[in-house]
Design a protein around this ligand. Structure first.
Ligand code: R5P
Length: 232
């Protein structure tokens, strides 16, 4: 599948998911190239159909895009609930365990997700996998002592790399943290790995989102299809 085909599937999933947002809702808006299509469609509905909803964003990038359409964005601490959050993902398996953070937004994304009544992911079909881990697992770490964290990960065989930008500088998250990507190839025991990572001093959060999603809208050449998590 080339990029144009993949983008078409992402866009179809984004447009389908936008239908879930109704007047008066408080909606979490994720981050990434798939979510961009969602926000474009929501912006169109706001401008052409008069849709009114309040957004809570998971990155400054999404906030900027949404506000550009006149979508009202508020701070997460200024709402008492979030009706639904729609976000992208890097991989998801049949147990509804996923990897997120390819765009370095995993921390805010996880905070918004756990405070949402319903979480929906939008992905193209290539991201639905048997076993997660082919996509490098992002881990957000505090810059101070991050080299030591990387060494600990190396010793455990996690094959870490510090994420760098095009100029060779560490990528910074919206919290000014670094991202270390773990090149694991496959993650057979995600729960155990999640426990290990979150108990590593210096780690702020990791990109394992385990059984946190209610529905996945998959962009498929035959049209978007919905996978519903039976365990939520
Ligand atoms: O940090 C970024 C997020 O977790 C994204 O939602 C994820 O990386 C998927 O992004 P994309 O839709 O660009 O593939």
């Amino acid at each position: 599948m080339d990029k144009a085909q993949q983008d078409a599937l992402k866009k179809a999933a984004g447009i389908e998911a936008a239908k879930l947002i109704q007047n008066g809702m408080i909606a979490g808006l994720g981050t990434g190239s798939t979510v961009r299509f969602l926000v474009d469609e929501l912006g169109r509905r706001v401008q052409e159909e008069g849709l009114q909803f309040t957004g809570v964003t998971t990155s400054r990038r999404t906030q900027k895009q949404a506000e550009g359409y006149g979508i009202k964005i508020v701070n997460i601490d200024d709402v008492d609930h979030i009706d639904i959050t729609i976000d992208g993902a890097d991989e998801v398996d049949k147990n509804f365990n996923g990897i997120k953070g390819g765009g370095a937004a995993l921390l805010w994304e996880k905070i918004v997700a756990i405070n949402s009544n319903k979480v929906v992911w939008i992905v193209d079909q290539s991201k639905v996998v048997d076993t997660i881990g082919k996509f490098p697992l992002p881990v957000e770490v505090i810059p101070f002592g991050s080299g030591q964290v990387v060494r600990k990960f190396e010793a455990k065989g996690y094959k870490p790399t510090l994420r760098l930008d095009a100029d060779g500088n560490p990528v910074l998250t919206d919290e000014n943290d670094y991202v270390v990507d773990l090149h694991l190839e496959r993650i057979d025991h995600p729960q155990e790995l999640a426990e290990d990572l979150i108990h590593t001093v210096g780690v702020v959060e990791h990109g394992l989102f385990l059984n946190m999603v209610d529905q996945v809208i998959v962009g498929d050449p035959a049209g978007p299809r919905v996978l519903t998590n039976p365990n939520k």
